[in-house]
Design a protein around this ligand. Structure first.
Ligand code: HEC
Length: 150
């Protein structure tokens, strides 16, 4: 009786400790596009070729008018490499673009959807059309993809 109680306590503590670790990864991989739009978003592809000039233009936007760098960092790793105090942002942290599992989990169309609509309830705002044209968005996404190839 005593033993099984001990087992139950140890087991439930274990579940409490390991669950957040597992759910953090799963939470990042969960698509930000609502279920009724995700198929259409996934079907879109980047119309611009992955040439060095497209990536270079994307970098200029990332570090300039898009101010992506302020939250995602010059190295694409998120707040760690950024100018923002981690305590100042509410909600989930800016995405680490060097995370290969995340890169593989998303299509270009899903990322474009985010630039258009933002990620609801987070610091990730919508950028098209107020800040970026659609063409600029596809350029900056080529640069975002380049973080996954280093
Ligand atoms: C004010 C801070 C901030 C700025 C500026 C910002 N982001 Fe984000 N971004 C975030 C946060 C926070 C998340 C995580 C949102 C979430 O978990 O749903 C995010 C997530 C993303 C994602 C991942 C969405 C997904 O499907 O996982 C992409 C792509 C992205 N940002 C691109 C950009 C680009 C490109 C720019 C510049 C044009 C930019 N962000 C500017 C805070 C920012």
């Amino acid at each position: 009786m005593k033993q099984s109680l001990l087992f139950a306590v140890v087991f439930s503590l274990g579940a409490v400790w390991t669950f957040p670790v597992w759910s953090a990864d799963q939470e990042i991989l969960r698509s930000r596009v609502p279920a009724d739009q995700v198929d259409a978003a996934r079907a879109m592809s980047n119309p611009l070729p992955a040439t060095s000039s497209t990536v270079e233009n994307g970098k200029k936007i990332y570090e300039g008018k898009g101010f992506c760098r302020a939250c995602h960092g010059a190295d694409g790793k998120g707040l760690l490499g950024s100018d923002i105090d981690p305590g100042s942002l509410k909600g989930p942290l800016p995405r680490d673009f060097t995370d290969r599992d995340w890169q593989a989990a998303r299509t270009d169309g899903e990322l474009f959807w985010i630039l258009k609509n933002g990620s609801k309830g987070t610091a990730m705002a919508s950028f098209i059309p107020l800040v970026l044209t659609e063409e600029e968005a596809w350029q900056v996404l080529r640069y975002v993809r380049s973080f996954g190839q280093r």
